[in-house]
Write a protein that binds this ligand. Structure first.
Ligand SMILES: *Cc1c(COP(=O)(O)O)cnc(C)c1O
Length: 390
C-alpha cells in the first residue's frame, strides 16, 4: 500500500468547482495585485483568529522579516529563537544583520524552553520569536511574562499553527506583538504557491506593516521608510478564501489521525503513553504529546498536527525501511541552527542544546494529512511494528 507523506489532490478535488470559479473571477478581472480578495481574506483571517488586524504578505518567511522590520530590529540587536525550527525563523534575523541567539527546546513539546530563553537575555536583546512547532502552542504565559519583564517584543512564528489555540483558548498569533503565518501548500491552510499573513492588535504596527509591504510608500511614490515588495497575490487570496471555512474540519481530521496513531502504538506495546521522553524496552517510540485543556469537564486537544512527529532510536534505519514499504516520511529538522554551517561564526557549543540535538537525530514525521484513511494509518503502524520485530 502506498502512503504518501502528503497528498494535496483530494483536498483540491473536494473544492474544485469553487476554487476554479474563484481563480477565474480574478483572471476575468485582471486585478492581480491588491485585488479585493486580499482585503477580504485579511478581514476573514482577523475575524477567525480574533485579532484586530491582518496583513497579507508574500510568504511566511517575509511575514517574519516584515515583522522584524516593523519593530525596527537593527544591526547588532539580538533576537532570541529556538535552535530547532525551520531555517526562516533564524535566517530573517541574520538577514537584517541582527544576531540570532539560540535556545534549546522543551523535550516534550519541541517548543522553546522558557528557562533557557530567560538565560539568554542580554542588554542587546530586542525580541523573542517563539515557534509553535508542528502545530502546538509554545508556553505563551511563561514567554510573555519573561519578555515583558525585559521589555522585549514577541513575534510569534505561527507558520505551522493557523487555528492553534493556547491552553487558555486564545489563538496563537494573537498573543504576542505580531503573529506570522505561512500559506505554503503543505501548511494546514495552504495556497497554490507562496503566501503568508501577519497579525497584530496594535494599530501603529498595523499601519507600518502595510507601508513596509509596499516599499514603505505613503502616499504613492513618497517613501517615508524603506520597505520591500511583500505583497500577497490576489489569486492566492482568492484560493485561500475558499479554503479557510474548511480549516477547522481539516485540523480535526489530522487530530483524529494523530490520536489513532498514538492509540495503536500504545496498544501494540511500542509506547507507554504520549509525552514520555525516555526510550527503553517498554517505550520504544516517543509519542508527541498534546497539551490538553479542561473545557466544561472535557479534555480538549488544541494541537493541529501540521506534523505528527515520533522519536525513535534507530531513526535512519526505520526511515529507510518505511521508504521500501512506500510510506512517505520526513525528518523535521535534521540540523538545528547552532549546527548550521552559515552560523559557524556564532561559535555555539553543541552541548548546550541536548534536547534539540536529540530531536534532530531521532525525529521522524509520519503521514497525518486529513484525507488519510484508517486503513493507511494501520498499515503504517503495522510496518513500524514489523521493523521492531525484525
Ligand atoms: C514554513 C515555515 C516558515 C516559512 O514559511 P514560507 O511560507 O515557506 O516562507 C517559517 N517558519 C516555520 C516554523 C515554518 O514551518
Amino acid at each position: 500500500m502506498k502512503v504518501p507523506l502528503l497528498d494535496l489532490k483530494p483536498q483540491y478535488l473536494s473544492l474544485k468547482q469553487e476554487i476554479d470559479e474563484a481563480i477565474q473571477r480574478v483572471v476575468d478581472s485582471q486585478y492581480f495585485i491588491n485585488g479585493p480578495d486580499v482585503a477580504k481574506l485579511e478581514e476573514e483571517v482577523a475575524n477567525y483568529l480574533n485579532v484586530k488586524y491582518a496583513v497579507g504578505v508574500s510568504s511566511g518567511t517575509d511575514a517574519l522579516l516584515i515583522a522584524l522590520m516593523a519593530l525596527d530590529i537593527k544591526p547588532d540587536d539580538e533576537v532570541i529563537v529556538p535552535t530547532y525550527s525551520f531555517f526562516a525563523t533564524a535566517g530573517v534575523v541574520a538577514r537584517l544583520n541582527a544576531k540570532p541567539i539560540f535556545t534549546d527546546i522543551d523535550p516534550v513539546t519541541f517548543n522553546i524552553d522558557p528557562k533557557d530563553f530567560e538565560k539568554k537575555i542580554s542588554a542587546k536583546t530586542k525580541a523573542v520569536i517563539p515557534v509553535h512547532l508542528f502545530g502546538q502552542s509554545a508556553d505563551m504565559n511563561e514567554i510573555f511574562n519573561i519578555a515583558k519583564n525585559h521589555n522585549l517584543f514577541i513575534i510569534e512564528d505561527a507558520a505551522q499553527a493557523i487555528g492553534v489555540q493556547y491552553k487558555d483558548g486564545r489563538f496563537v498569533g494573537s498573543i504576542g506583538d505580531i503573529g506570522c503565518f505561512s500559506f505554503f501548500p503543505s501548511k494546514n491552510l495552504g495556497g497554490f504557491g507562496d503566501g503568508g499573513i501577519v497579525t497584530t492588535n496594535d494599530e501603529i504596527l498595523y499601519k507600518k506593516l502595510k507601508m513596509l509591504r509596499m516599499h514603505g510608500m505613503e502616499p504613492k511614490y513618497y517613501h517615508k521608510i524603506i520597505g520591500g515588495n511583500f505583497r500577497l497575490d490576489t489569486l492566492q487570496a482568492a484560493v485561500l478564501r475558499v479554503k479557510l471555512p474548511h480549516l477547522d474540519n481539516w485540523s480535526a481530521k489530522r487530530r483524529q489521525n494523530a490520536e489513532l496513531y498514538s492509540k495503536l502504538f500504545i496498544e501494540k506495546g511500542l509506547a507507554e503513553e504520549e509525552g514520555k521522553i525516555l526510550i527503553d524496552s517498554k517505550n520504544k517510540i516517543l509519542l508527541p504529546k498534546a497539551v490538553y485543556k479542561e473545557h466544561n469537564n472535557v479534555a480538549k486537544n488544541y494541537h493541529i498536527y501540521n506534523q505528527y512527529v515520533i522519536r525513535i532510536e534507530k531513526r535512519n534505519e526505520l526511515w529507510n525501511f518505511l521508504k521500501e514499504k512506500e510510506i512517505g516520511c520526513e525528518v523535521y529538522y535534521p540540523v538545528p541552527f547552532h549546527r548550521q554551517e552559515c552560523f559557524n561564526f556564532l561559535n555555539e557549543k553543541d552541548e548546550n542544546y541536548t534536547h534539540s540535538n536529540f530531536a534532530a537525530d531521532h525525529s521522524l514525521a509520519l503521514p497525518v494529512y486529513p484525507e488519510l484513511t484508517n486503513e493507511q494509518i494501520n498499515y503504517v503502524v503495522n510496518c513500524i511494528e514489523e521493523f521492531f520485530n525484525k
